[in-house]
Design a protein around this ligand. Structure first.
Ligand code: C2G
Length: 454
């Protein structure tokens, strides 16, 4: 008797939808029998998948209900796929095209087929659900938008539907490359098709796009800096409140587990009273890029200061008394290539250093009366830190995984705030007032307040 063709596929299958059903159907049609691996909570945690909402049993039941799976197994550990394929003598491994190339290593053991993923998620199907999938559109098609798409695969409960931009051929290409269901250069058309937007366009466009999106009742996640002056920021947050929409600034560090633990530890009293914080972020860029273009609000402070300022505000608070900037400017480009700045508080001092044309060690040091916490570069992707004391016997190391390039943390926070709107008011990770204080400092620099050029 001819051996039956056995197909295997894997997934989380959270908030089970049309795209999942079609994938299972196509996988089943490739052979005679289908095994479906459903990810366990621990496995999803380990691979950095965030915001999974349904429990494992619920997800298994949803797959079962399709009647397409001949066998359901649980995926519990990294490397299990190879073992399953050998154990069950699998002929074909099938998975959605969003994973293209990622599972080629299995070709040694069986045939690997990437099936077209479902682009848009149908709204009629979602409306019947309590907490559906958020349809998100991207504004912009640059490097950060690319990275955002890759990271969004690791956040459950969101589907990237389409892209908006001013250049038709660029948005078209972007949508094709990332299998999005639409692209457009018309902002109203764009807004009609989504529930929420991610703004990854140049700084000076943030205000207009955020305002229009909120006015059209859309939730907004905007890359840092949200805007470059406090009046604009206050206006946008008031509009968000009025419209009962989420407006979140995308400073990824603020939402990452390592940074949140670091703040907790620093404030626990372990290193005594905190008296000083030093935070540095430098990134050398090439001469002709947007980051060094004064007309596009380029410069080290506008580009990079959100990160050190986040550390200042989160560790020492919002009530600084004075600030001073010491800057090395490019005389032709009229942008700061390096700026060292101090915030003085009644009882403590903060020093930040940012540079696009000067390189330095990107670490963070929190100094207290009993000891200090050292966070090595890149501290803004907080993964490892050490509490150090006069007597090194008491030193203690801490480790938290920082997944991917971290954009998934801001997206996951955004989605969970949308799903539980009340949390917005209590959003402790980056409060509206925190954002406003950060913008206040950036604005002061732009207005040349207390800036000494060297
Ligand atoms: N899928 C799809 N169309 C969508 C969404 C998902 O075809 N609009 C496919 C995915 O490509 C995947 C399957 O449905 O093949 C399950 O998707 P998820 O539940 O998101 O699981 P995923 O994170 O892709 O896990 O070991 C787990 C696997 O690596 C895949």
């Amino acid at each position: 008797m001819k051996k039956q063709t056995l197909v295997i596929t894997y997934g989380t299958f959270d908030l089970f939808h049309d795209g999942h059903y079609k994938l299972l159907k196509r996988a089943r049609d490739l052979g005679d029998q289908l095994i479906v691996g459903v990810t366990s909570e621990i496995f999803d945690q380990n691979r950095g998948k965030l915001n999974v909402q349904d429990e494992l049993m619920q997800r298994v039941n949803n797959v079962k209900k399709t009647g397409l799976a001949d066998k359901i197994i649980i995926e519990e550990y990294e490397g299990q796929k190879i073992n399953d394929i050998i154990k069950y003598n699998v002929d074909i491994f099938a998975i959605g095209s969003d994973w293209k190339g990622k599972f080629d290593y299995l070709k040694e053991h069986c045939e690997v087929i990437y099936l077209d993923r479902t682009k848009g998620i149908s709204s009629t199907e979602l409306r019947s659900k309590k907490s559906g999938i958020i349809k998100l559109g991207i504004i912009g098609y640059g490097r950060i938008a690319e990275r955002f798409i890759a990271e969004s695969k690791f956040v459950s409960g969101v589907n990237i539907e389409g892209v908006f931009g001013l250049n038709l051929s660029r948005v078209k290409l972007f949508a094709e490359n990332h299998e999005l269901s639409f692209h457009t250069t018309n902002f109203s058309t764009f807004l009609e098709k989504v529930d929420a937007v991610y703004i990854a366009s140049p700084h000076l466009t943030h205000y207009e796009y955020t305002k229009k999106a909120l006015a059209a009742d859309k939730h907004v996640l905007c890359e840092k800096p949200l805007v470059l002056n406090v009046d604009n920021a206050t206006e946008l947050y008031s509009l968000a409140l009025l419209k009962d929409r989420v407006l979140l600034e995308g400073i990824k560090t603020a939402y990452s587990p390592g940074f949140l633990r670091l703040i907790g530890l620093a404030k626990s009293g372990l290193i005594g009273t905190i008296k000083n914080v030093d935070a540095t972020f430098t990134k050398l860029v090439n001469q002709n890029c947007r980051e060094l273009n004064a007309k596009e609000a380029g410069g080290s402070i506008t580009e990079l200061a959100s990160y050190p300022l986040l550390a200042a505000i989160k560790i020492l608070g919002r009530d600084f008394e004075n600030f001073y900037f010491y800057s090395y400017f490019d005389s032709e480009k009229k942008v700061d290539l390096f700026t060292k700045f101090n915030l003085t508080y009644s009882n403590s001092i903060f020093t930040g250093k940012v540079g696009l044309g000067v390189k330095s060690e990107g670490d963070l040091i929190i100094s207290g009366t009993k000891g200090y916490i050292y966070v090595p570069s890149p501290w803004w992707k907080t993964e490892f830190f050490e509490a150090r004391f006069e007597n090194p016997e008491y030193n203690k190391k801490y480790f938290y995984k920082f997944e991917g390039d971290g954009l998934r943390y801001e997206l996951a926070e955004f989605i969970s705030l949308i799903n539980d709107r009340k949390k917005t008011r209590a959003n402790y990770k980056l409060k509206v007032d925190d954002t406003i204080q950060i913008i206040k400092i950036i604005q002061a620099f732009i207005d040349k307040e207390n800036v000494k050029e060297i």
